[in-house]
Design a protein around this ligand. Sequence first.
Ligand SMILES: NC(=O)c1ccc[n+]([C@@H]2O[C@H](COP(=O)([O-])OP(=O)(O)OC[C@H]3O[C@@H](n4cnc5c(N)ncnc54)[C@H](OP(=O)(O)O)[C@@H]3O)[C@@H](O)[C@H]2O)c1
Length: 255
Amino acid sequence: MSIFMRSLSMTFGFCAMLLVVAVSSCSMTSGKGQTVLVAGATGGTGRALVRDLQSQGYTVRAFVRDKSKARPVLGDEVSYVTGDVREIDTIYPAMQDVAYVISAIGSTRSDPTNNPEAVDFGGVKNLADAAAAAGVRQFVLVSSSGVTDKDHFLNKQFDNILNWKFKGEQALRMSGVPYTIVRPGGLVNTPPGEFAVIFAQGDTTGGRISREDLASVCVAALQVPDAINKTFEVFNGETSGENHWNVLFASLVAD
Ligand SMILES: NC(=O)c1ccc[n+]([C@@H]2O[C@H](COP(=O)([O-])OP(=O)(O)OC[C@H]3O[C@@H](n4cnc5c(N)ncnc54)[C@H](OP(=O)(O)O)[C@@H]3O)[C@@H](O)[C@H]2O)c1
């Protein structure tokens, strides 16, 4: 190949690469200024979600059980609605004028009344039904990898938690609200962006993901039309690299 042909082909390759990235960025919608209700905002993933949403200009409303405990954690830049996902009447007021809901709620081992059936199923169903009644545009649910494995060891260890999470997913699918169901691997408190994010489908298990990266996936889902009505696992890979959300979401098959 002549030097001319080689440089022409390199230039073409480079331009094609730029085009892919440009197309990726172009089809990201912006929800800036829109109100996002975050359920589970005081939790590990919830706190990362609140920071991420704020840094991208969203208006954050935190659904919390105890405002006096939440405020020192989340600050004064978010608004608060007090409620409990087990009580649907406490959720309706929180949904007023909300464009998006992200749920990172989780049951509590130390409180038998706040168990997987009541929270990971009942709480998610209540949130989804209230979101449907309010005409919410999209609901992003943090679920878990392994939810379709009835014999998973976590079901034996903690009140069938994964079985109830799967029923929670189904309640969201049935609610009629456009949704995105994110099934993370084991959660770790490592910094964002250390390793690239990998998407998978088919309820694969075995990986881990940083809570910060999980939050980035959930916020990106609000901005990519291809994220609607999809269920997928998320893990960190073994190498670093930029996450092209459009390409990742477009690679997924809808439910
Ligand atoms: N840990 C893992 O390795 C792992 C793996 C896969 C999936 N997940 C799932 O990922 C999600 C996020 O996990 P995480 O460890 O980041 O969460 P987390 O720290 O356990 O936080 C749970 C959140 O849920 C809230 N919550 C609990 N019961 C509630 C109720 N009845 N009403 C309203 N809010 C309630 C808690 O609020 P309070 O402050 O009031 O308690 C807290 O904000 C969970 O669904 C978890 O099951 C976890």
